[in-house]
Design a protein around this ligand. Structure first.
Ligand SMILES: [Zn+2]
Length: 321
């Protein structure tokens, strides 16, 4: 935990990480060991993020690519998800779970780090490990928004013949460069496979993308949405439609310019069903207990902290399978 008094924590925070990427969750010590063993210098962008310094989105992407480049086999995948599970707060109350974003096309096709079978087996191993300590995991496939709908179909082509039961959703991430209305046919195809639809929106793109994702993309869950916090109409839309929004304070403040103060209180007070996630805790060091402490330090009262706790449980896909 950095810069936040852990004494601010409530004793009964749920052990729920509502948004975390497998590729961004690797333990920094493990990544440094792999880098040393293979003679690769850790990029300055990743060193800076590990020190808690802000980076432009391009610096974050460089750090993310470097770190995730070590997901080379089933055991590395198991280790990565294990590191994410270990970041859940030890004092957490049940239920405990993780909604885990995974980018199979990036790992298997684009970077060619391992086979799809190895990826599924590594996830399956780690999910079984988690189950033994009563932690549920649901996997959401992540496609790259700015690569466009053709890429989205390629993601589905890759996985649809071997979709494990722990995969429950399909999402877009990356740069919010392609309108969500263009993604609607991909989302429809994913939905026909039984997957639920999420999207990163209102993070590195304008808040208007949140409205586009909901009204024209058919998206049912939004990741971040922090750029929409200044638009009461978009907040009202999120609230009316009871759209879950995953908010990640450490990541948001590292990657989104001029996000101080963080808009989580504004979003909650507008009725938006926000919950907390860590996003990329291996690249931007944080844990879910620290995110709860940050939320409280934003001035949320007991009722609002209670709402945050309730939404975390009620909207977690890992608890609704
Ligand atoms: Zn994310």
């Amino acid at each position: 935990m950095t810069g936040v008094d852990s004494q601010l924590l409530l004793p009964d925070i749920p052990g729920i990480d509502r948004h975390v990427h497998l590729e961004g969750g690797l333990d920094p010590g493990w990544v440094r060991d792999q880098a040393d063993a293979t003679g690769q210098p850790v990029p300055a962008s990743l060193e800076a993020l590990w020190r808690g310094e802000s980076q432009p989105f391009t610096g974050f992407i460089e750090a993310f690519l470097f770190s995730s480049g070590f997901l080379l086999n089933r055991e590395a995948v198991r280790s990565a998800l294990g590191a994410i599970i270990r970041r859940l707060p030890a004092q957490a109350t049940d239920p405990r779970c993780v909604d885990l974003w995974v980018s199979p096309h990036f790992l298997v096709r684009y970077k060619q780090l391992l086979s799809l079978d190895e990826l599924w087996r590594g996830l399956s191993d780690a999910i079984a490990d988690a189950g033994r300590i009563n932690v549920s995991v649901a996997v959401v496939l992540d496609a790259v928004n700015h690569f466009g709908p053709k890429h989205g179909h390629e993601v589905l082509d890759l996985v649809e013949g071997s979709l494990p039961g722990f995969v429950v959703g399909f999402s877009t991430g990356g740069l919010e460069g392609v309108p969500f209305r263009d993604w609607a046919p991909v989302f429809e195809r994913a939905r026909s496979k039984g997957l639920r639809i999420a999207a990163h929106a209102g993070e590195n793109g304008p808040g208007e993308n949140v409205r586009d994702a909901i009204l024209h993309g058919g998206v049912e869950r939004i990741v971040h949405a922090v750029k929409a916090a200044g638009d009461p109409e978009i907040l009202a839309l999120l609230a009316e439609r009871r759209i879950p929004v995953d908010v990640c304070p450490s990541s948001n403040q590292a990657l989104v310019e001029n996000l101080r103060p963080h808009p989580l209180p504004v979003m909650l007070r507008a009725g938006v069903r926000c919950a907390l996630g860590t996003d990329d805790p291996g690249v931007i060091p944080c844990d879910i207990a620290g995110e709860w402490a940050k939320a409280r330090a934003m001035g949320l009262d007991e009722r609002e902290m209670g709402l945050l706790r309730r939404f975390a449980v009620e909207d977690a896909w890992a608890l609704r399978r």
